[in-house]
Ligand binder design. Structure first.
Ligand code: MN
Length: 245
């Protein structure tokens, strides 16, 4: 009998990065010493750490992926030792049903699985060279967000207004409608049953080495490294109900 996980995976023909049924698929062969050991694993960056320079510097990428993201994964593995049921849950289900989780782990799952899902998304929707949207997602941006210039302006404004640490996202509804939304800390629209088309991390750890307090400059520069091919794939997957995180 096919599990729901397998069904979700089999239903898709596009980018595995966006569709990994669980966030636990890293190949052991690619493990490094900084890779957490346990049921939750840290995928390597899909490009060299310096690939996004000069917009995001290599040291920031190394610390962000190998320390910050790795810590969320390690924390999840610690939680999983006593609560192995979280390993078998789809991340979207665990995050959507936080209220049903045992009291001692609810906040830990919210912060660390939220952080894992947010960062797993984040690495894949960037690439060297950037580009521009096409196809269905480009049409949706024109229709719902007033076109690319308006999207970039509104997204940067929203990201700039996040007080303290958090994220700015574009969410996609099942009918394809796009919305700009922000969340504090490692919260994610997945917690509200929504799907993330893409998002930018506005925690200081995402930009401080290169931009210091100039978050607005980071937000503006970030558009140079957005991977519109992957975002186009995510848009199709979200509409098909197969986008896993
Ligand atoms: Mn981060």
């Amino acid at each position: 009998m096919l599990s729901r996980r397998n069904l979700m995976f089999a239903a898709s023909g596009i980018a595995a990065t966006a569709l990994a049924p669980r966030l636990t698929l890293a190949a052991a062969a690619t493990a490094t010493t900084s890779t957490p050991v346990g049921p939750f694993t840290l995928e390597p960056l899909p490009y060299p750490a310096n690939a996004l320079e000069p917009f995001i510097d290599a040291r920031t990428m190394e610390l962000h992926h190998d320390r910050h993201h790795a810590t969320y994964v390690s924390n999840l593995n610690t939680i999983a030792k006593d609560y192995p049921q979280i390993v078998d849950m789809l991340p979207v289900d665990a995050l959507e049903r936080l209220a049903e989780l045992p009291d001692p782990i609810r906040t830990g799952v919210r912060n660390n699985l939220g952080g894992h899902a947010n960062h797993a998304m984040f690495w894949t929707i960037m690439k060297a060279g950037g580009g521009s949207p096409s196809g269905g997602v480009a049409a949706a941006i024109d229709r719902d967000l007033g076109g690319m210039e308006r999207l970039m302006s509104d997204f940067n404004t929203a990201g700039g207004r996040v007080f303290g640490s958090g994220w700015v996202f574009v969410t996609v509804a099942r009918d394809g409608k796009l919305t700009i939304e922000t969340r504090p800390n490692q919260d994610t629209p997945l917690m509200d049953g929504k799907r993330v088309l893409f998002g930018n991390d506005v925690w200081e750890h995402a930009y401080y080495l290169n931009y210091q307090n100039r978050r607005a400059d980071y937000l503006k520069a970030w558009w140079n490294v957005v991977n519109w091919t992957e975002i186009g794939n995510r848009y199709v997957a979200a509409r098909a109900g197969t986008l896993a995180f």
